[in-house]
Design a protein around this ligand. Sequence first.
Ligand code: DP6
Length: 349
Amino acid sequence: MENSTHTQTKVKWQCPSNIAIVKYWGKKNIQIPCNSSLSITLSNSFTEVEAELSAKTEDVPVQLAYYFEGELSDLFGRKVVKFLENNIDSFPFLNDHALTIHSTNSFPHSAGIASSASAFGAIALAMLDLAYGFQNKEIDDNFYKEASNLARLGSGSACRSVFPSYSMWGKNSEIEGSSNQKAIEIKDIHPNFQEMRDAILIIEDEPKKVSSTIGHGLMNNHPYAEARFIQANKRTAELVEVLKTGDIERFIQISESEALTLHAMMMTSSEYYLLVKSGTITAIEKLMQFRLERVIPVCFTLDAGPNLHVLYPKKYQEQVEDFINNELTDTYKKVIFDHEGTGPQKLDI
Ligand code: DP6
């Protein structure tokens, strides 16, 4: 290949999705969050991205062929081209190389799981790995910080997926090292929250009716925005403490209130909309009743859709999964059993 002395022209990365406990909802400028957020990086729900360079044949700023599940995908491909063009300083080799990306998800396309976090996480990692190759740099801790920053520019929540386990994003005066540009890993985790389980109940598998980008936009001039951003920052700081001390009751309250607050923001924006379905509400009610009767610390959260994430410590796995498999089946179409994971990884080709 012309002008290249490096050896690495093809890399493959796997990056998991994440589920936010404190929600990012509202952004300004270039992907700067209006409040800090904190999430669990998952394990079984991931995107794999293979990125390969070849000689450029077209006179365009970025020449990209983007394949999703083996098929050329123009829609998402255009989003990725925009991301690469906006960040060409990080990927100068794209000035004289064409790029082919093959992307696959571990979860079914129709599952209704947000894939932009895992997709942009994997894209950022693969592209930065190629960039490091050109500079003869080794992958170190700094690599993941840079990848998180780049992933954020593709999709905000993606910056948290670059780190394993519990990860937070957004400047918070109470949390040392926190930043609007990238996520950080929250390390001091009480055994109660290690190996947390997340059963994703797919209540509805249609694509989202209102995109997250539009939803974030509706937080501008939202009547409750200011109070919401203050609340989320307080909760993020509190949750970091809760994760340290093991206070599972408080974890449950924060998780469920965040889910309902996120949806309350949607329902109270100027162009209001409703994403929860009757199955979502029934599953929530049954789950609360089950918790009360069985005294098991299980709770729920939601992302920007109707699907219910059921969260529980590993030691209650059997009881909760029996409950999901026997008592909730009339509320969901399928269920994906996932758990807190070890973060992204580079794969052999
Ligand atoms: C409800 O990260 O998908 O999942 O930055 O526009 O790509 P963009 O938005 P996105 O928003 C995610 C919102 C959320 C909450 C969260 O993950 O914190």
